[in-house]
Design a protein around this ligand. Structure first.
Ligand code: FES
Length: 325
């Protein structure tokens, strides 16, 4: 098991505790910002830019949200939640049921999207992907490190925290798609100077575009965090077969079905939590075949090794995938 996933599992098991909703504010069309505090007024665990927490809702759903407030405020966390009507109910519950005073469970904070030291930063956000980048921008500001932000969204009114960003010290390009079309990432980035780090967070299309643009950059220049919508589904998903070595089962996995669901329907249990590829709970060892990783947990090294998969969202590049289950 990779270390990030092991840490995430350990965290989910051991550090979940209670947190109180002390503020709910609409910050853009379809986006609410939620402020959370310890119910007894104690300090909250410290965190660093790029961190997220697990939020455990009263209906049992566990969702991961990036911390997007001031990391130097020891008493409150801020998260922002996009309403996803096609999601599995977590954001819908938050948008319709959440109220000040409610007590939720939470785990973490944990950070799989660290801001590493650099001479300059380029930040690229798509939609709600702005959230983990906000504390990074604040950090860069405090350290007087030059930065630029490309922030895309469907339309201006759906782009959370856009006003807040205009007060920041760096250079911000707001690019609502209905006004300017989709931004050309390679064009916006231009020639990468040595010492630059690029941080990108948003939907799959944006991340794919950033990864294509990074083909000629120095290794490890690009850092990404992928927000998985619709449980990682894509229009061109193909069916494949999962062979479970220990169970001796061959399970067809159709487009629109996850490996996790196929295993559950066959009576093979796998622990799961977020079902969005963000917590690492559902990791299974891969014995043969090539995984199509769609999570936001595994490192590039883990992905290249191809010996594990998060079965809630990831699929297969090969027609058969053999798992240790
Ligand atoms: S259940 Fe969280 S990564 Fe699969």
């Amino acid at each position: 098991m990779n270390t990030a996933v092991a840490a995430a599992r350990a965290g989910l098991d051991t550090d979940a505790t209670s947190i109180q909703v002390v503020g709910v504010e609409v910050v853009a069309e379809g986006v609410v910002a939620v402020t959370l505090a310890d119910p007894t007024g104690r300090r909250l665990p410290p965190w660093t830019p790029g961190s997220h927490i697990d939020v455990i809702l009263p209906n049992g759903l566990v969702r991961q949200y990036s911390l997007c407030g001031d990391r130097w405020d020891a008493y409150t966390y801020r998260i922002a939640v996009l309403r996803e009507t096609a999601g599995s109910g977590g954001s819908e519950w938050i948008h319709t049921q959440l109220a000040e005073g409610q007590i939720l469970g939470f785990g973490g904070p944990r950070n799989h999207f660290h801001l590493v030291p650099a001479e300059r930063y380029l930040f690229i956000a798509g939609g709600i992907g702005i959230t983990p980048l906000l504390p990074m921008i604040q950090q860069a500001d405090r350290l007087k490190i030059p930065w630029k932000l490309l922030y895309g969204g469907r339309w201006r009114r759906s782009m959370a925290f856009a006003d807040e960003l205009t007060d920041a010290r760096g250079h911000v390009d707001l690019v609502p798609e209905n006004e300017f079309g989709r931004p050309d990432i390679a064009d916006w980035v231009g020639d990468i100077e040595k010492g630059t780090r690029v941080y990108c967070c948003g939907p799959a299309g944006l991340l794919d575009a950033a990864e294509r643009a990074s083909a000629n950059w120095l290794p490890h220049t690009l850092h990404t965090e992928r927000f998985v919508n619709g449980a990682g589904r894509r229009a061109d998903d193909r069916p494949f077969v999962v062979h479970l070595q220990r169970s001796g089962l061959d399970l067809p996995v159709a487009p629109g079905t996850s490996i996790l669901d196929a295993m559950a329907q066959a009576g093979v249990g796998v622990l799961s939590s977020c079902r969005q590829g963000t917590c690492g709970t559902c990791e299974v060892a891969v014995l043969a075949g090539r995984p199509d990783h769609r999570d936001s947990m595994l490192s590039e090294t883990d992905r290249d090794a191809g010996d594990c998969i998060l079965v809630c969202v990831s699929r297969a590049h090969t027609s058969t995938l053999t798992l240790d289950a």
